[in-house]
Ligand binder design. Structure first.
Ligand code: PEP
Ligand code: MN
Length: 263
């Protein structure tokens, strides 16, 4: 079902009033984690001000350490809804389990399945039984074939609203967090009809690399970008080093528009 052979036209996934795929360039932005009301509302206003079309914010976080900030849970969902009410931006939040899917799913416009859950097959099957739009991130060291098979699990259940997200893969290099696999963009376009978003935040881990790699992703044919925006990255409870403050985000949005215009 994911294969372009059996479905030659590009799939367009509708998320609220936003269309992902086709000729649209969708910008998803927002903090790594929802931390408190002031933080998410300020971030949402920045995201809206410079023209992004979707608001991201994690309320459950797959942290390496169990002692790191784990997210606000349902309280965070309520804050995301408040940010949506004010800005009109559709919201996307990660779920890590079947129970979270049922708890948060009805409140959000799109769910994110994170890199660490790309092969959580029970969760993929359960998402397949719904028709909620889903952003399926590539696993930490997943091959293209494994990633597409995970998409297949969701599609096989009848949920056709699948969008892929290249978020960098683990290599021997340690100078940056991950390596953005730009090859994946044209390869995914060749093999499937599903839209693909490039996350140049988690793939680099450094705020000053987010714009150049985001531009490269768009030039390679991505249907949009996901980036992290925080009013005060130095104080962020997760992923501060790769989070963009207002002026850096503004610069990215202006340059992405330039590149989109020449394509
Ligand atoms: C995130 O989007 O904040 C996140 C945890 O991403 P990934 O699953 O790609 O690491
Ligand atoms: Mn993050």
């Amino acid at each position: 079902r994911a294969s372009r052979k059996f479905h030659p036209e590009d799939t367009i996934v509708k998320v609220g009033n936003v269309e992902i795929g086709g000729n649209n360039l969708v910008m998803m932005a927002g903090p790594c984690s929802v931390e408190n009301e002031e933080q998410i509302m300020t971030a949402a206003r920045i995201v809206k001000k410079y023209g992004a079309t979707m608001l991201r914010g994690g309320v459950v976080k797959p942290r390496t350490s169990p002692y790191a900030f784990q997210g606000l849970g349902m309280e965070g969902i309520e804050l995301m809804k408040k940010a949506k009410e004010e800005t009109g931006l559709p919201i996307i939040c990660e779920v890590m389990s079947i129970s979270q899917l049922h708890e948060f799913g009805p409140h959000v416009d799109m769910i994110q399945l994170g890199a660490r859950n790309m092969q959580n097959f029970d969760l993929l099957k359960e998402v397949g039984k719904t028709n909620i739009p889903v952003l399926l991130k590539r696993g930490l060291s997943a091959t293209i074939e494994e990633w597409l098979m995970s998409a297949e699990y969701i599609l096989a259940g009848g949920n056709e609203n699948v969008v892929l997200c290249e978020r960098g893969i683990r290599t021997y290099e340690t100078a940056y967090r991950n390596v953005l696999d730009l090859n994946a963009v044209p390869m995914i376009k060749k093999l499937t009809h599903l839209p693909i978003i490039v996350d140049s935040a988690h793939s680099t881990g450094k705020y000053w690399m987010v714009e150049p790699l985001g531009m490269a992703g768009v030039a390679a044919g991505a249907d949009g970008l996901m980036v992290e925006v925080h009013p005060e990255p130095d104080k962020a409870l997760s992923d501060g080093p790769q989070s963009l403050k207002e002026d850096v985000f503004k610069h990215l949005m202006e340059n992405v528009e330039k590149i989109a215009n020449v394509l």
